[in-house]
Design a protein around this ligand. Sequence first.
Ligand code: MG
Length: 565
Amino acid sequence: MKHWYKDAVIYEMHVKSFFDKNKDGIGDFKGLIEKLDYLQNLGITAIWLLPFFASPLKDDGYDILDYYAINPEYGTLRDFKKFVRECKKRNIKTIIELVVNHVSDQHFWFQDAIRNGEQSKYWNYFIWSDTQEKFKDTRVIFNDTEKSNWTWQPDVKKFYWHRFFSCQPDLDHNNPRVVRSINKIIKYWGEIGVDGFRLDAIPYLCVKEGTSNENLEETHNVIKNWRKYLDSEFENKIFLAEANKWPHDVAQYFGNDDECHMAYNFPLMPRIFISIRKENRNPITEIMENLPKIPENCQWALFLRNHDELTLEMVTDEERDYMYKEYAKDPKMRLNLGIRRRLAPLVENDRRIIEILNSILFSFPGTPIIYYGDEIGMGDNVYLGDRNGVRTPMQWSPDRNAGFSLANPNQLYLPPIMDPIYGYQSLNVENREKQPASLLNFMKKMLATRKKYKSFGRGTTEFLKPKNNKILAYIRAYEEEKILCIVNLAKTAEFFELDLSTFNGHKIVEIFGQSIFPKLEQQKYVFMMQPHSFFWFEIKKSDIDDKINLLSQSAVSATGQMQNK
Ligand code: MG
């Protein structure tokens, strides 16, 4: 279907973390295929796979050794093709990572360049300099580990440019040959059948002296080139932009519907967490109302947590201090400019908060992304280095290795979570499936409900402004359909009035239970809400069903049966 990404619910995962079929302690494609029924049953419609290409794994696969090969630990190309076929059978789309900004220093392009120096045909694939003086205005992103964007290469006696780890030399996208090399990669995986590409770290593709080397016009032209190529070769395949930038910069990556189809709403995410701690809707509504308008075919991608630290780049210094104070008291929980925690531990495993966070994720304008394990409320391990604490094995059952693998426990790529609150002995899919009121079953219900209403993926959004600013209220609308969403951000019960006068004469129906609430008749409608709770209502025209209901009710009253109760 055209624009499938608008109605999608994406599940983000790493093949190594999901299920290990060949018992070597590392998840693989054969294992993932076995778990596709679980994902289909959960209700997701697309899988975003973290990097699985051949890699020395110095940066969890974002350091690519070969764009045309699968890391043998995860399986073979045949396994991958079967995975894509099995997804198609279940109507699940596949989105893969295209790490285009840089390669591993082991990649043959870089190896050839340092072996043959300026004679190498790949020399100009990279950016070289005799000094570290060039591009002085460019910030260092991984400021916990890297001191400079330049690293000395002794074989060729030059510095090379890198925006991320020094083992990841940046590709020079000012060079059209590099741009064309990426087109070939797009064609290869597109023909295998993947439905989308997540373009990693795209604000940094091109360089230009005297600039910050971010969001350059040259970079946008490169993306336009890829998009043109994608559309000329395929139908209904998409680009998802990873641009961790302020809204007006991110929106540039949609172009004029000629760059990326989707881009993450990075600035929204930390503000959801701020709003909840402050019990005040303003941080959310301010950022949402300042979002630039985007082309009609484009879509925001929404997330609460992902495989990286909860990034605080797109907040003010004051907001960052606030987030650290509220969500990462222990310095171990911090990394770069962010917080390396999963969703449940971030909110102290408060089920009500987890629910309202997900209600926002599933009802805000955009396409929601669930990070694997967050649907069961998995915990993290801040004692593991870098971002590994949020990348531990999926917890399937209370069996050995969380049911993830039959390998020797010492052989696992990372140990499963074993603490008393989040440990796999009690927190696992098997147990959660058996409990009707579990988070997992709540999530299934949310997913199923979202699918029934086109407004969530495609509709307009209007924020209502009740006097009580602990209440976040908004209307999503698409064609005739209208959904009223309300969140109580406070840890106290609240009442408030909503002006719903534009819907006079309509009825409101609670979406999950289908309970019919009193008709909208006066100007103000009073609501009462439990602490940290949410409501979704469908605003419906009073229709013929009502008349039939009314008639049958009056018939009952007439026979006097009601009065005798
Ligand atoms: Mg394995």
